[in-house]
Ligand binder design. Structure first.
Ligand SMILES: *Cc1c(COP(=O)(O)O)cnc(C)c1O
Length: 215
């Protein structure tokens, strides 16, 4: 499973049941450590670092020991989890700077209440934007209320020309990266752990102004 669909802006709110004996494997690249998870339910959780953990260039893997042992030995050694496990993740020279920064991010998370704190902070951050999208007569959320992502807020006006004008005006005001993924269009506000609430309040104010001029 992918716990947060970065492109559509949807997120699982519960962990799906899997048949007995089947390990649940989760790509959590875009919502790792954004909220508490019950790690016992997973066989593997992995995440690229570049969204919630630190700089690009490494991935965090949490894997059950029996799954390390079950991995085929016919894979190239670099692609076997046992290789990295047996070498304390230092089989080759690891990306030390990225690991160092990830350690700083873990300390920052702990200082802000750990995963519970992150979860509360992320709900508090996304709420004003979703509340505005629910009341706006110009912008509409691109997702259903029961599966909305707290990390990637996707929305549309329903008119591709107005979307393009909104993105251009927003960009010139310093709101960068609001263009939706090229495969879906529309807009996307990515508000990962590190993104401050003030940025969201500023965006909502900008959207309200845009709506009053274009609605
Ligand atoms: C960003 C992301 C990835 C990794 O993207 P790369 O650019 O290939 O490193 C993988 N899965 C999800 C869910 C993502 O959001």
């Amino acid at each position: 499973m992918t716990s947060n669909n970065t492109i559509f802006g949807t997120q699982f709110t519960s962990v799906p049941d899997v048949p007995a004996g089947s390990p649940l494997i989760c790509d959590a690249s875009s919502d790792i450590f954004s909220r508490p998870i019950d790690i016992n339910k997973y066989g593997i959780v992995y995440a690229g670092a570049q969204k919630n953990l630190g700089p690009s260039g490494l991935a965090l893997v949490i894997i059950r020991k029996d799954l390390i042992e079950q991995g085929p030995k016919t894979l190239p050694s670099m692609l076997q989890y046992r290789t990295h496990h047996n070498a304390d993740s230092m089989y080759n020279t690891p990306p030390t700077f990225g690991i160092y920064v990830m350690g700083l991010v873990f300390k920052w998370i702990l200082k802000h209440g750990g995963l519970e704190g992150m979860g509360k902070q992320n709900e508090d951050k996304a709420r004003p934007l979703y509340d505005y999208l629910d009341r706006s007569s110009l912008f509409k959320p691109a997702t259903d209320a029961d599966s909305r992502s707290l990390m990637n807020v996707t929305f549309v006006t329903g008119d591709a020309d107005v979307d393009a004008r909104f993105i251009a005006e927003a960009t010139s005001e310093g709101f960068d990266g609001l263009k939706g993924h090229r495969s879906v269009g529309g807009m996307r506000a990515s508000i990962y752990n590190a993104f401050p609430k003030e940025g969201i309040l500023d965006l909502v104010r900008f959207m309200q102004n845009f709506e009053s001029q274009n609605g």
